[in-house]
Design a protein around this ligand. Sequence first.
Ligand SMILES: Nc1ncnc2c1ncn2[C@@H]1O[C@H](COP(=O)(O)OP(=O)(O)OP(=O)(O)O)[C@@H](O)[C@H]1O
Ligand SMILES: [Mg+2]
Length: 230
Amino acid sequence: MRSVTISELKEPSYEMSEAMNVLRTNVSYSGEGVRLVAITSVDENAGKSIVSFEMMRNYANAGLKTLLIDADLRKSVFSARYGATVDDGLQFTGLADVLSGKGEINDAVYKTNIPNAYLLPVGNYVLNPTPLFSGKIFTAMLDVLKKAFDFIIIDTPPLGRVIDAAIIAPNCNGAIIVVGANEVDYRQVNDAKNQLLRVGANVLGCVLNKVGGENAGYKHYNRYGSEYRY
Ligand SMILES: Nc1ncnc2c1ncn2[C@@H]1O[C@H](COP(=O)(O)OP(=O)(O)OP(=O)(O)O)[C@@H](O)[C@H]1O
Ligand SMILES: [Mg+2]
């Protein structure tokens, strides 16, 4: 298996770790079979990618073999934000390559320098990624990965921008909506929830992120299912 080194690894704050512990506990109580979750939001910048990454870290630290799939094929931030580089010096093969038939899944899943944490990055961008999630390759790939990992997190684009998350989520055991505190109103979150329910997704709840207003940083992290509960 190929490997990546993630060089920008700040330790999560105590609050963040605690919030992630609560989230993991709540997800585990939402059903025994919940091992593959999609992370989405109403609009951009809610904190999906941060929540996805910190979930991966938390689950991995808890001893679960955890995979983070970066399915934001238009706007991936992982490599840049976390300074991820491939150890063999070759190009990143990733999700877009696998789904478009240009790459093999075995070359696209990377072991990371976080024990138990694995990454399936975006890879080489494609022009119109949405149809790739409706294809058979995507569901077949998830079936293979579910056998190989204890827990899988899929970071998706915002529902209010592209339809991708609504195509991805029904193929998962659950969907979580990340809500930036004071960024969207209840109605918008409700609409996103209903959109997910209509396509047959199992909406697990919300992560309320950026609680605490200015200077929030990583300190005031998320609470799970507090203001919005389904
Ligand atoms: N709890 C938080 N406290 C302070 N800043 C945060 C918090 N969560 C996220 N941010 C900031 O908000 C921005 C967006 O975060 P992130 O990239 O995780 O959101 P996203 O939902 O994945 O965005 P996109 O829709 O563009 O993919 C980042 O600059 C991040 O540092
Ligand atoms: Mg993101």
